[in-house]
Design a protein around this ligand. Structure first.
Ligand SMILES: NC(=O)c1ccc[n+]([C@@H]2O[C@H](COP(=O)([O-])OP(=O)(O)OC[C@H]3O[C@@H](n4cnc5c(N)ncnc54)[C@H](OP(=O)(O)O)[C@@H]3O)[C@@H](O)[C@H]2O)c1
Length: 213
């Protein structure tokens, strides 16, 4: 997802790619910048850099936690304390596993917390957490020449933070932000991903998205 966010936001925003390994972040960022240079020009390319997770969080207006659900408890304590109090934290994280039955939603199957609630437990101010971007495929995001026409569900407890993330959604041409409600409803946005993927596999769809009409 990091590549897709970098390519889609770099024309308008400074994007810092974080990693547990600074060298890996810089290598990934250089690759994304090359792709941005070819597709979008030098100005976009120069907006993409890489840094350690903590350094990335330190200057962030918005911090997108593009990490697996299983690693939330390991990554958050190493990253969130570095973020400024004003930072809006964004979770696109989907608690999902592929089993013999198909793609399953881990909180329903195993009685675990949603990704939103799992991240919120690590936040100084859980109201600054907003869940969004669960239902857009990285394959679609990562190619800036592909036109998008999808809705993105957005959930959070602070109007100001939800508004900021809706702005980030609409900064990506072809995406429309749809507010679903507070953080306690974020599981509904998260569960839309296994729903989409099961429909994709059973019906041979290619990277489907969601659009309410
Ligand atoms: N892929 C999609 O189309 C899609 C769509 C919607 C939502 N999502 C959600 O977005 C999140 C990111 O998805 P993704 O496909 O980009 O994931 P990913 O490529 O598997 O992982 C993203 C990053 O997480 C870090 N990470 C991986 N394993 C880790 C571990 N054991 N401990 C700590 N950090 C680890 C890695 O960064 P470093 O190793 O560099 O630290 C990695 O580059 C997921 O929660 C996913 O459910 C994905």
């Amino acid at each position: 997802m990091g590549r897709g966010f970098a390519l889609r936001w770099s024309p308008r925003h400074e994007v810092i790619i974080g990693s547990r390994d600074e060298a890996r972040a810089q290598e990934a960022a250089a690759g994304y910048a090359d792709a941005a240079r070819a597709a979008l020009g030098e100005a976009a390319a120069s907006n993409i850099t890489g840094a350690s997770n903590a350094a990335t969080a330190a200057g962030a207006d918005a911090l997108v936690l593009s990490i697996p659900y299983e690693n939330i408890d390991a990554v958050c304590p190493a990253v969130l304390p570095s973020a400024p109090e004003s930072c809006v934290v964004v979770s696109p994280i989907v608690p999902m596993e592929r089993t013999g039955a198909g793609f399953e939603f881990v909180p329903f199957r195993d009685g675990k917390k949603s990704a939103h609630d799992t991240v919120a437990a690590h936040m100084r101010d859980p109201a600054r957490l907003v869940s969004a971007f669960h239902v857009i495929s990285e394959k679609k995001l990562a190619d800036p020449s592909l036109p998008l026409d999808y809705d993105i569900f957005v959930c959070g407890d602070s109007d100001e933070c939800v508004e900021a993330v809706c702005g980030l959604v609409s900064d990506i041409e072809g995406l429309r932000a749809l507010r679903l409600g507070g953080g306690s409803l974020a599981y509904m946005a998260e569960v839309a991903t296994p729903l989409l993927l099961n429909a994709m596999v059973r019906n041979r769809l290619k990277s489907p998205g969601i659009k309410l009409v």
